[in-house]
Write a protein of this length. Structure first.
Length: 154
């Protein structure tokens, strides 16, 4: 179906031991033959860049860092995709993330609580995201719903 499969690994904002994160990355690769890794709860400060560089060097395939906010520009040379916004539709509409100043990585926005009839692609394009995922889900686990928008921004 020409869909990339990424292994999900939580990094606890760079506090999780590298060996534990690398073990999870390796397991995903061997169990599911993943095409890359989605590192969640990624640190955004310059102090964390070295930690993620070591992970990137040991990873293979597509690497996504989910900062959920605009990270230090140095991260653009570490990963293929940087998630610079993760939050509610209301928050996304109210506050545009700061303009991305890094180069080299695609920018992605993850938005939940998207109402029917909304146009997340237009808002993502306006905010400089090349990729986005928008879901109608709300509450403790909004990502358990099917996307109402998931694509490269047209």
């Amino acid at each position: 179906a020409d869909v990339r499969v990424l292994g999900y690994v939580d990094t606890d904002y760079g506090r999780r031991p590298l060996a534990d994160v690398l073990r999870d990355v390796s397991r995903h690769r061997s169990w599911y033959d993943t095409d890359g890794t989605f590192l969640d709860q990624a640190a955004a400060s310059e102090a964390g860049v070295g930690y993620y560089r070591r992970l990137a060097a040991a990873s293979r395939g597509t690497l996504v860092l989910n900062h959920g906010t605009t990270p230090h520009p140095a991260y653009a040379r570490v990963a293929d995709v940087l998630v610079t916004f993760e939050g509610t539709w209301a928050g996304y509409r109210r506050k545009a993330p700061p303009p991305w100043t890094g180069t080299g990585a695609d920018v992605c926005h993850l938005v939940h609580g998207v109402p029917p009839g909304a146009d997340p692609a237009a808002l993502a394009r306006e905010r400089g995201a090349g990729l986005y995922c928008a879901v109608p889900g709300v509450g403790d686990h909004p990502w358990g719903t099917l996307p109402c928008g998931l694509a490269p921004v047209p």
